[in-house]
Ligand binder design. Structure first.
Ligand code: E4P
Length: 217
């Protein structure tokens, strides 16, 4: 399973990247706003730091403008994945750019039918949003499972990028179902290491070690 980091914060990406935990990065207009950075500058820095795909999102709503924006974003670096919303204009952009050999991430996916359309338009990644479905009392994980089944039924090669991940359980469940990639905020990725029995066990070991009076170094 690949880990993408869902942020435009360079320091947070670098910290996880140094540990080998970063297979790619996803950004969106809200994350760019949060970073306070210029989209072209910060995306270039992220692409220089990380070897894997870095998603940068278009903001136009008409296909012609989306395609132009996508081509401009693609020029930032070879590892750019142009991110487009799951609208007809976005699908048209996906088809055009993927035919040109460009990686495309189709985002804001909330149904299996939308995921089928993205795969047929040649998407490299489809991003179903788990947390936002959970927010409206639907089960985001059901969508991941349905897309997995349908893609496997027909051999679609589009990778399922489980997005809008808010909890460590979203990561576990995505892994169980067989999502190809998860994208999560740095805090969620760091939380994967936490377990109260690890903390408790370490406390006991350190207390006993102190009683031995020994030193390793
Ligand atoms: C994915 O690419 C999106 O940037 C992200 O996962 C959205 O997450 P949110 O619903 O927590 O904003």
């Amino acid at each position: 399973m690949k880990f993408f980091v869902d942020t435009a914060e360079i320091d947070a990406i670098a910290e996880l990247n140094d540990l080998g935990m970063v297979d790619g990065v996803t950004t969106n207009p809200s994350l760019i706003l949060k970073s306070g950075r210029d989209i072209l500058e910060v995306t270039k820095e992220i692409c220089d730091l990380v070897d894997g795909p870095v998603s940068a999102e278009v903001v136009a709503t008409e296909a012609e403008d989306m395609i132009a924006e996508g081509r401009k974003l693609a020029k930032i670096a070879p590892n750019i994945a142009v991110k487009v919303p799951l609208t007809w204009a976005g699908l048209k952009t996906c088809k055009t750019l993927s035919d040109e050999g460009q990686m495309v991430n189709v985002t804001l996916c909330f149904s299996t039918n939308q995921a089928i359309l993205a795969a047929k338009a040649g998407a490299t990644f489809i991003s179903p949003f788990i947390g936002r479905l959970d927010d409206i009392n639907l089960d985001g994980m059901d969508l991941i499972a349905d897309i997995r089944q349908v893609y496997d039924n027909y051999g679609f090669e589009t990778e399922i990028l489980a997005a809008s991940i808010r909890t460590v359980n979203h990561v576990t469940d995505s892994a169980r179902i067989g999502a190809d990639v998860i994208t999560a905020p740095p805090a969620v990725i760091k939380k994967l290491a936490d377990h109260p029995l690890t903390d408790k066990g370490l406390e006991t070991f350190l207390a006993d070690w102190a009683k031995t009076g020994q030193k390793i170094l």
